[in-house]
Design a protein around this ligand. Structure first.
Ligand code: DAH
Length: 358
């Protein structure tokens, strides 16, 4: 015979499993805080009902004195085991409800009733749009797209590109000096960075921010973006440069565009040129055109055959390999293509301007 068998045990586990179920479904309660308190009270009642001085366990132990020694021993053991089961259940269920309470405190503090849907969706900035357009065109022409770095050292920004520290051309590229380097003045640094890791044949472009110590006006900014491109292989000639840029102009500005090259000077190319496209705004027809200022031509980039000194600096055999390079300002292209009159507009964060290209 066992006096605790089975009623008390059964009723204990019945209540216990009901409490467990209630905790599991607590998130569904109408008022979670109230539900937590209700469950806590149930746990307390269960605890005092079984474990307090006047509780079931105590009264069971009292009854033991009426029994003979053998029975006392057996039942005493059984009651103690039951007591331990109750204690460990109460302990774990209390931890569980406290844990839930902590979790729910966090969630119930959130006000999910606010409507966070915006009427208008965001969109890319016009400079990002132009960069993507240019990347697409050059990708179609077989160029890889490689990311660049903005904090440079003087070697990669100048010396390796054949601009020694006493070279007068450094004035054109005056920049900001940092403790650990400089802010790059052009994306041409990527020619060096890429060629230090890769060997020809290679055909790549790199786009990114550049900085110069320029005073702000309608066409100058201390911060702007450039696209640098180059192609190196055996037997690359000036004709390949012209062909590539001509194809680029056709794809980007329209198939009827003409190109014009005039000699120029850059330390990292030899020979060097500046390329203009026929005005896509007036098609060379309007002497009052605001885009080409009536000249019929718009200058858009610098280019040339990579100076053998540059190839030598990156360990490329300049007798075997040759290459061309070109660099253009993204803001300039965007200003021309989208008739934006002032470079400062790109960076002023003026919503009316930004949303023109939404
Ligand atoms: N790095 C030049 C600048 O910032 C642009 C440029 C000119 C890049 C000629 C080139 C090039 O690759 O061949 O003004």
């Amino acid at each position: 015979m066992s006096i605790i068998k089975d009623d008390y045990k059964e009723s204990f586990w019945k209540i216990a499993s009901e409490i467990e179920k209630e905790i599991e479904k607590i998130e569904n309660a109408k008022n979670v805080k109230e539900k937590i308190n209700e469950i806590k009270k149930k746990i307390e009642t269960l605890k005092s009902g079984f474990l307090s001085k006047k509780g079931i366990i105590a009264s069971l132990l009292n009854q033991l004195s009426k029994l003979d020694q053998q029975q006392r021993k057996e039942l005493g053991k059984e009651i103690n085991e039951f007591k331990q089961e109750i204690e460990s259940f109460v302990k774990s269920i209390t931890e569980k409800i406290e844990e839930k309470e902590k979790e729910l405190k966090y969630y119930t503090n959130l006000d999910l009733s606010v409507n966070y849907t915006f009427k208008e969706k965001g969109h890319f900035h016009i400079l990002t749009i132009v960069q993507e357009e240019l990347m697409n065109v050059f990708a179609e022409l077989g160029f890889e797209i490689i990311d660049g770095i903005e904090i440079e050292d003087e070697y990669h920004n100048f010396e390796a590109l054949n601009i020694p520290s006493d070279h007068p051309a450094r004035d054109m590229w005056d920049t900001f000096y940092l403790q650990n380097g400089i802010l790059r003045t052009h994306t041409s640094n990527m020619q060096i960075r890429i060629l230090e890791k890769r060997k020809p044949p290679i055909k790549a472009i790199s786009i990114g921010k550049c900085y110069r110590r320029d005073n702000m006006d309608a066409t100058h900014s201390f911060q702007f973006h450039q696209l640098e491109g180059f192609s190196i292989d055996e037997g690359i000639s000036f004709l390949d440069l012209i062909r590539t840029l001509y194809k680029f102009v056709g794809k980007y500005f329209g198939v009827n565009s003409k190109v014009n090259f005039v000699p120029s000077y850059f330390p990292f190319t030899e020979p060097s040129a500046e390329m203009s496209v026929s005005c896509f705004a007036c098609n060379q027809q309007n002497s009052q055109c605001s885009v080409c200022k009536g000249t019929g031509w718009i200058e858009i980039l610098g280019c040339g055959m990579i100076n053998p000194v540059v190839l030598r600096n990156v360990g490329i055999d300049y007798e075997k390999f040759s290459g061309f390079a070109f660099g253009m300002g993204i803001e300039r292209i965007a200003m021309l293509k989208y008739k934006i009159p002032d470079i400062r507009m790109f960076f002023e964060n003026y919503l009316e301007f930004n949303s023109l290209w939404g």
